[in-house]
Design a binder for this molecule. Structure first.
Ligand SMILES: [Zn+2]
Length: 309
């Protein structure tokens, strides 16, 4: 379980969402057996999605963030709900590329492509926006998405630090979003601070060292202070809320059965006649679900009758 700390400045010009997501990203890396560059790409997308989920209004609101490119990683996708449940996968968890300027080459792993964000607020048609990838480095792309699709100025920092043993050492992220009617002065003050900021993973590690023994909320407050304490008094930050985020996959046998029921009836007939069973695995958590002949026949007969399962 991780926390997202939400804070707002005194003038109401901007809001900050900040989180250390190491547990979530380690769980994803363990499940998907990712290479370092895949851990970094998937971890950044999960962290960004977790932070975006903390902006959803209602527990049953849902969010899908999908990066697709012509690079070897092909696709990184994450989903979250308003309760802070986050899940994700990378199409090619074995992607391996040389370092680019000493850094894991997430942009190179995605290549040229697009980012799609779908928000389902439970009110009819989900809202969907697609932009071309800026760099494929995730944070820049999410910032561009907010600017282009939602006309919101957002600064995004995402980082996943992978150790020499290939384990994730720390993962963290921050969104700073301008609010309607913001002060111009706040933009200038923020630009200075964010321009000079060390990598978010360094800020997180230093706060963890300083605040060893404190609660996670305490560490996040320390982190927030270390980033923003030089802001002028009128833009000083006040804590608004903390929200929980965690890795959680909500797949189930029933859901998988529903997915089976959407395939072409002829294909299902073939599976029944040739294999006599079907095994489906969840893209997100890799859980496997087996369906025997009898179950498949039942689904097939429902299909024939034109009924839903
Ligand atoms: Zn699952």
């Amino acid at each position: 379980m991780s926390k997202v700390l939400v804070a707002i400045d005194k003038s109401g010009s901007f809001r900050v969402h900040l989180s250390i997501t190491t547990d979530m990203c380690r769980e994803a890396a363990r499940i998907h057996e990712t290479t370092p560059v895949a851990s970094a790409g998937l971890g950044r997308v999960l962290t960004g999605t977790a932070l975006m989920s903390s902006m959803l209004g209602e527990p049953d609101n849902r969010l899908t963030v999908q990066f697709k490119g012509d690079g070897p990683a092909r696709q990184i996708m994450a989903c979250a709900d308003g309760n802070g449940n986050v899940k994700g996968y990378i199409a090619n968890p074995n992607v391996d590329l040389p370092l680019n300027n000493g850094k894991l080459d997430v942009g190179g792993s995605l290549g040229i492509g697009e980012l799609t964000v779908i928000r389902d607020m439970g009110l009819g048609e989900p809202y969907s926006g697609t932009i071309a990838l800026v760099s494929g480095e995730i944070a820049e792309d999410l910032a561009a998405y907010y600017f282009i699709s939602e006309q919101q100025n957002t600064s995004v920092a995402l980082g996943v630090k992978v150790g020499e043993d290939m384990n994730i050492l720390v993962s963290a992220g921050m969104f700073v979003q301008m609010l309607p009617g913001f002060d111009e002065g706040a933009v200038d003050a923020l630009e200075k601070i964010l321009g000079d900021m060390p990598p978010i993973t360094t800020v997180a590690e230093e706060a963890q060292l300083r605040s060893a023994g404190k609660s996670e909320e305490g560490v996040l407050e320390d982190m927030l202070g270390s980033i923003f304490n030089s802001l002028p008094e009128e833009y000083s930050l006040e804590k608004l809320d903390t929200k929980d985020v965690r890795w959680h996959c909500d797949c189930s046998r029933d859901r998988m059965k529903g997915a089976l029921a959407t395939i072409n009836p002829q294909d299902l007939r073939e599976i029944i006649d040739e294999d006599g069973k079907a095994e489906l695995s969840c893209n997100f958590c890799r859980s496997k679900y087996e369906f025997d002949k009898e179950e498949l026949e039942t689904i097939y007969s429902f299909m024939q009758k034109g009924e839903s399962i």
